[in-house]
Every structure is written in structure tokens, then in C-alpha cells.
Design a binder for this molecule. Structure first.
Ligand SMILES: *Cc1c(COP(=O)(O)O)cnc(C)c1O
Length: 434
């Protein structure tokens, strides 16, 4: 498969080149040159297919002949070694739980898939020649998923930037305690500052020998495997006679964009809803037709504190850059922290279900859409385990949440991090590493 840049100024790239580069040389996001639909008979029969088979079939065209079938099946199998249950919590309201992986947030799948692809591409490399440096900014969950997914991968050095004091204690532990090829940089600033520094590094020619790449959802190997979730949800949906609506709690809009790709592959989805916190650049755009990026604001759903969602250009592209077409298939609503907490309480009272703040934003988006569009089968994506936002969940619901095994393993380890304040310090840090 070839990938072109959405800025249309760079040459096309192979899958391998797109994964290793992250962004195209013209700084555009890569997009596959074609999106081949799956056999409709296969989609009819999803219930009888294993998750591994579904995922392999969905992703295979995007890797093309660059990863042999047996290797790609191994990568998919290792990536998906946990469950993705769909729970009906109210009539026609389902929660797709994406938090059963090693770091208990949905980013595990993309991070594990991308790490294994890079591992495959580096398979013949001697230890230190042509090492790839994965540089990633996190508002919370990406860091942990990338650290866990890339731990010990040959030929890959991972550097994670996170805003000081703005990630939860568990999130910080997940990205600062692993060691080996994983290094954490605590930034005196916001998530936007972290993301700007990473962007500067990608633009900086004096760092080209570092082979910098991104493990944010701009990277096709992190973005595309997120398509799997939508197939797994549909597979488990008992009543397939109704129109299906997915609501995705959104920050950088990679996850929901993968859902729209799944529909392109033939999955019967009637509508997508992107639910955001008060970082409402996209909901505002749908209302006004003017896209105005804003500085991000801190909320209790911190993994979605993004003021300029990087994947939105891919979504626009999927709708032929036509605002009316976009609005016909896609809605977006924003919710305050207060509404989010109220929703968490309401869900808990109604069904005993404990949602984390991100899932609760998703739930709110679904309810909002169903108000005017009743009778549909609604699915919201529950993107993180409530334990990852322990203080907020316990405080809001007055419940005690026991710590799962995956999290216990990082609780008693020491945090190791370096502190930086600006781009020059990041650059100095990168240049000093061999
Ligand atoms: C990253 C993240 C999101 C947002 O996903 P995008 O693909 O960036 O829109 C939502 N919820 C949680 C828990 C996350 O970690």
C-alpha cells in the first residue's frame, strides 16, 4: 500500500516509510492511497469470526506486501491478547470497554501494533545502527501505552514528554517506572507545549540523524488498528436490525477517524458522534463552519485536553472536505466537567455501572444524539478503566475501586524522569544521547 501526504507536496511512501517517518516530509499526515472494502459476506458473518481474523483481514491491505502474512498474523495476535467486551448498560446504550489491556486505556492496541511493526522493520538491524527514536507528547494515556507497548523493542529509543502536574499519579507511574529503552521528560508547561516541542524536533534538520518518529495517532500504525474496535463492537451487538451509532470521546480524533475508516471498509454504521470536553474546537467548527484551534484547557477527562486535534484533517478528507457531507454522517458535542460528573453519577445510579470521565463524556454525546434520533442502537467507547482516574471517580461516586493487577505492578516502583522547560533543553537532551 502506498500512502500520500494530505499536504500533497511529498512523494508517496510505502507503509514502512510512513511508519518510520510518522509525518510526511511536507509535514502532512499520511493517508492510504486506497481503502479496499472487505467482502460483504465476511462482514455478514462477523459473529462467527475470531477477533484475530477480523483484525488481520481489516489491516492486511494497509500493510500490503511489506509484512508477510505469518508475521502480520503474529503481530495482530500479540496485539489483541485481551478482551473488548460490549456491555448493554441501558436499553440501546452499550459501553464498548477498551480498557482491558496492559495500561488499561484504549491506546494499548495502537501502541502495541505500531511497536511490533517497528520491531519487524528493525529485525535485521545491529543494536545501535540506524536506531529509531520515538518521540511522543502525552496528555496522559498515550505515554503509558507507548511505554508499555515499546518496552524492550529492538532498535527503538522512546522519549515521552508530559506536562508536569497535569497527569494522574497512575498515569505518571506508567510512563516513568519502566526503564530500559523508555525515558520520561517532565515538561514545565502544558500538553500543548509538549506537543509544540515534539513538532519543533521533527522540523529540526540538525536532529535528522536521530530518525525521529511519532507514536501519536498521526502515525498510521497507531491510527489504523483502532478500526478493530468498531468491528468487535458490531460483532457483539445482539440486535443488528437497528441503525448503529458510535460515540467516541475525542481528543486528537484518531479513534473516531479510525471508526470512519471501518465504515469505509463496509461496516454498517449509521452515524458517528465525537464527544468532547470543553476543548470544543470541532463542535464549534460544525456550528460555525470556521475552524479555529485554541489553546487546550485542563479538564477531568485530561486525555482529551486538545485544542487542535491532529486527525481532524483526515476526517475532513474522508468526507471529501465537504462540510455538509460531514454533518450528514458526523456530529460533535462538547460537555463541561460538571455535566461529566453528573453523568457518572447518573449512570451509576441507573445501572450500577462505573464510567471513567472519558467514557462519561462519550455517554453524554450518545444521549444527546439519541434525543433527536431515537430508536437506534447506541454504542459509546469506554476508553479508560475508572481506576486510572481514581480520585475523580471515587470522589464523584463515593465508591471504592480496587486496584487491578496491571496497575499494582507500577505502584511501588520509583518514578524516574528528567525535567525540561523549553525546546533548547529537549534538543540538548536528544543530541547528548548516543
Ligand atoms: C487518548 C484518549 C482519548 C482520545 O482519543 P483520540 O483518538 O485522541 O481522540 C479518549 N479517552 C482516553 C482515555 C484516551 O486515553
Amino acid at each position: 500500500m502506498k500512502y500520500y501526504s494530505l499536504n500533497h507536496k511529498s512523494e508517496q511512501a510505502s507503509f514502512k516509510e510512513a511508519v518510520i517517518r510518522g509525518l510526511a516530509p511536507d509535514k502532512g499526515l499520511y493517508f492510504p492511497e486506497s481503502v479496499p472494502p472487505l467482502d460483504p459476506a465476511f462482514i455478514e458473518d462477523l459473529e462467527n469470526q475470531s477477533n484475530e481474523e477480523i483484525a488481520y483481514r481489516a489491516i492486511a491491505p494497509f500493510a500490503g506486501d511489506e509484512i508477510p502474512e505469518n508475521e502480520l498474523r503474529r503481530i495482530v495476535g500479540e496485539t489483541l491478547s485481551f478482551d473488548f467486551p460490549l456491555q448493554e448498560i441501558e436499553e440501546n446504550v452499550h459501553s464498548l470497554e477498551l480498557f482491558h489491556g496492559p495500561t488499561m486505556a484504549f491506546k494499548d492496541v495502537g501502541a502495541r501494533f505500531m511497536a511490533r511493526c517497528l520491531g519487524y522493520f528493525n529485525r535485521d538491524k545491529k543494536q545501535d545502527t540506524g536506531k529509531v527514536t520515538v518521540l511522543v507528547a502525552t496528555s496522559g494515556d498515550t505515554g503509558g501505552a507507548v511505554a508499555s507497548g515499546f518496552l524492550g523493542v529492538k532498535g527503538v529509543d522512546v522519549i515521552i514528554l508530559y506536562p508536569k502536574g497535569k497527569v494522574s499519579d497512575i498515569q505518571e507511574r506508567q510512563l516513568t517506572t519502566l526503564g530500559q529503552n523508555i525515558t520520561a521528560l517532565e515538561v514545565n508547561g502544558t500538553f500543548d507545549d509538549c506537543q509544540d516541542m515534539v513538532k519543533n524536533a521533527f522540523l529540526d534538520d540538525s536532529l535528522s540523524a536521530k530518525n525521529l518518529t511519532s507514536a501519536n495517532s498521526i502515525n498510521v500504525a497507531r491510527w489504523l488498528p483502532q478500526m478493530f474496535y468498531f468491528f468487535f463492537a458490531y460483532k457483539q451487538l445482539k440486535d443488528k436490525s437497528k441503525d448503529v451509532v458510535f460515540t467516541v470521546p475525542s481528543g486528537n480524533f484518531g479513534n473516531i477517524c479510525a471508526g470512519i475508516m471501518a465504515r469505509k471498509l463496509g461496516l454498517p454504521v449509521d452515524h458517528f458522534v465525537a464527544a468532547t470536553n470543553i476543548n470544543d474546537t470541532v463542535p464549534q467548527y460544525l456550528q460555525s463552519g470556521v475552524y479555529t484551534p485554541k489553546p487546550s484547557r485542563q479538564t477531568i477527562s485530561n486525555a482529551m485536553d486538545v485544542g487542535n486535534p491532529s486527525n481532524f484533517v483526515r476526517i475532513q478528507h474522508l468526507f471529501d472536505n465537504d462540510l455538509d457531507a460531514l454533518k450528514a454522517g458526523f456530529s460533535s458535542y462538547s460537555f463541561t466537567d460538571k455535566a461529566t460528573r453528573d453523568a457518572m453519577s447518573q449512570i451509576y445510579k441507573k445501572s450500577g455501572y462505573i464510567a471513567d470521565p472519558h467514557g462519561a463524556v462519550g455517554y453524554l454525546g450518545l444521549k444527546e444524539y439519541l434525543k433527536n434520533n431515537p430508536g437506534k442502537a447506541g454504542i459509546f467507547l469506554e476508553t479508560a478503566h475508572p481506576v486510572k482516574f481514581l480520585d475523580i471517580v471515587e470522589d464523584t461516586l463515593g465508591v471504592h475501586i480496587s486496584i487491578p493487577e496491571q496497575i499494582k505492578t507500577v505502584m511501588d516502583k520509583d518514578k524516574v524522569k528528567h525535567n525540561i522547560s523549553n525546546y533548547e533543553e529537549l534538543k540538548g537532551f536528544l543530541l547528548e544521547r548516543e
